[in-house]
Design a protein around this ligand. Sequence first.
Ligand code: PHE
Ligand code: ZN
Length: 854
Amino acid sequence: MDSPAPVAPARKRLVDYRPPDWLVPEMALRFELDAERTLVHARMRVRRNGAHASALQLDGEELELLSLAVNGVVRPVNAAPEGLVLEIDGDEALIETVVAIRPAANSRLMGLYSSGGNLCTQCEAEGFRRITFFPDRPDVLSRYQVRLEADAARYPVLLANGNPGAAGALPDGRHFAEWDDPFPKPSYLFALVAGDLQALEDAFVTLSGRTVKLGIWVAAADVPRCRHAMESLKASMAFDEQVYGREYDLDVFNIVAVHDFNFGAMENKGLNIFNAKYVLADPDTATDWDYDAIAAIVAHEYFHNWSGNRVTCRDWFQLSLKEGFTVFRDQQFSAHIGSAAVKRIEGVRQLRASQFPEDEGPLAHAVRPESYAEISNFYTATVYDKGAELIRMMATRLGAAKFRAATDRYFADNDGTAATVEDFLAAMQSQGLESELFRRWYEQPGTPRVAVQATHADGRLELLIRQSNPKLPGAAPLPIPLRFALFAADGRKLLERDDLLLTDAETRLSIEGIAEAPILSLNRGFAAPILIEPAPRRDELLVLAAHEDDPFARYEAVQQLMLSALTASAAGGVAIGHDEVVEAARALLAKAGDDPAFVAETLLLPSEALIGDRMPIVDPEAIHAAREELRCSLLSALREPLWAAWRGCDAPEGQAPRAKGLRRLKGILLSLLLADDGAEATAAAFGQFSGAANMTDRMSALTALSHSQGAERDDALRLFAARYDLLPEVLDKWFLAQSSSTRPDTRAVVEALAQHPRFDARNPNRLRALVLGFAMNQTRFHDRDGAGYALLAGHVLTADRINPQSAARLVQPLARWRRLAEPWRPLMRAELERIAHTPGLSRDLTEVVTTSLS
Ligand code: PHE
Ligand code: ZN
């Protein structure tokens, strides 16, 4: 039976921001920890903020209030479940509360919850209100003193923010530990962990000579798999000192890995909590990709200690102030420890895979959104990755020395406060940045288009450069740094410009002394997050692919060749442009040994999703067919060089960049060799799988085999499952390999796996591997009967009753319905409608669904 479509939930607006009525300078917490029922005793000193007569409002969610006293006077506990409103005489007061909470029953993984028998917290963005009554907003900063009490056998380790204090035994087999955090912080940075954990320990001596004790806490058996995370942590600490002058500020820094976690990791002050998949690694269980992701996320969370914790956000609209900046900082770190060119290519690929489509679709929002219903829905590619691109543009525009001076200024001026994007821009402006213009980037959703018209006559080149934004026609023009170069037809570079800043809707440029009509290479280094339209002609791209000296631009030329062939073929139904792609690939293969990582990235065909993003309307079958056809053309034209290159990819073990590049290339070549599912390649893949000495080779072989019809595929999956049955982060790869398969039986396989004893819809990693993996599978998710959409919708509805944040993320592939051709569009829309008409949806899911349908 149908119920009426849900009303869009109420939205909070940036323009309505008001400073808090009451501040909480001091907060003392005592926890009587227990998985079934934990008691939380809170003592807060509150202070009226300014002259007003408003009551003190405390947020609270699913709290059982047991007692309440104001200035020592007990008040009745008839509180509303969703918060407390207290009339206070005078400008200061002591508020004491005791509440009970139920960690074991907390499946949202927000607040205090149980994971693998341990207790841990997640408070960003609004989880602290699920622990105790508090003004749960980031502009209320408090000094925290915390005492944890728990059963000593079940929870031998008790951790919280700050520095450790007293600890000892209590009656009845219980024990306690006290923690004191001297740095005022917002409630979203609060954390505690209680569990049966062991640490990999180390130490770091800071710039000024202080020794910081480092610990990474995991189950005893996992301690040896923490070494890479520890090395990454120490490298991050050194990097932040050298590049940003930022020193760590507590005596200890702890990381805890948990298996049930909504995101990647969390930067709680002095006590980062991580999704275990971003901590645990050894060559037998983690791919090179995992190693890199661990280093980047360890760095990201560590860097938050300054960009996020010492300087936090005034309100959640400013989220990119900490996230965009910190992503940029972790990208710099990754470029520093690896290959800068390859890191940039990977970063742009990710931006195009997730942020560009978001910015074109119904969920588009500005890097600083104007409104939200549920803030958890705004931890997006736009806030994170486009936000990082904005910082990158500013950093490039200022140059390294001035950018450093500007960030020094930002940290000095805002230390210990909750800041805004304007505060960041003011610091940039102090070094000469055009901050008033750059601010527009924070306010305008949509990917800007830049079109360049070139005319050449009498040794003079005239460029007419126009910017536009289809999401916001007529919007104020953005400052766009446009790096470009001109090339002659024979590949000579004629001119290079790095300093052009477009500030108008139209810019005219006249360049003298250009003897022939040149080839334009635009947006070199991907200096701005824009789309260039139209792409260069295929003959021009071949010249750039061979002669560009900017590695990103060279990569881009090959990608554009592939994209133009693929979109033309998908639209026209006949193979177009294959010869040029083959020629470019042949040239790359000939130089594979020189820079295997670059060749690997460049040879990788654009994904089906990306091809669709470049087409006015998405026909998933035509796109899949066009891509398969190009893979087959490459294989039949280059069979020998592909085999030779694959055989030449034997790499030494270890994480040296060249070894990683060789393994990456080997995997990409193997997948091309399997384009026609031939017996020889299938046997080679199985050989690579069973002979692999590391997870990278094993996994690239398993992934390549996963699409195959051969018996080797079943054997490999069986061997993998037996070997890694007890390691959940590794078994996720097994689920993902099957949900991502292009085989026609994939939907049935996914349905069967949802009944597998190791499937658990409450575990976000597992749910993502199986169900989101399937929804990202452009070939099988879009099966013509719409059954893939129905399968996803069913899981979304189940997830919503367990964990609304998970459900709101899982549903997003359906938000693309408008872009799809018939018959897919109405089928997709119908599933979205079915979800929308289900009673009792969470606010998280309702916001995404109503926005997607509107
Ligand atoms: N702040 C975390 C990060 O990006 C992400 C996160 C948000 C984690 C919300 C958990 C919950 O570093
Ligand atoms: Zn972050």
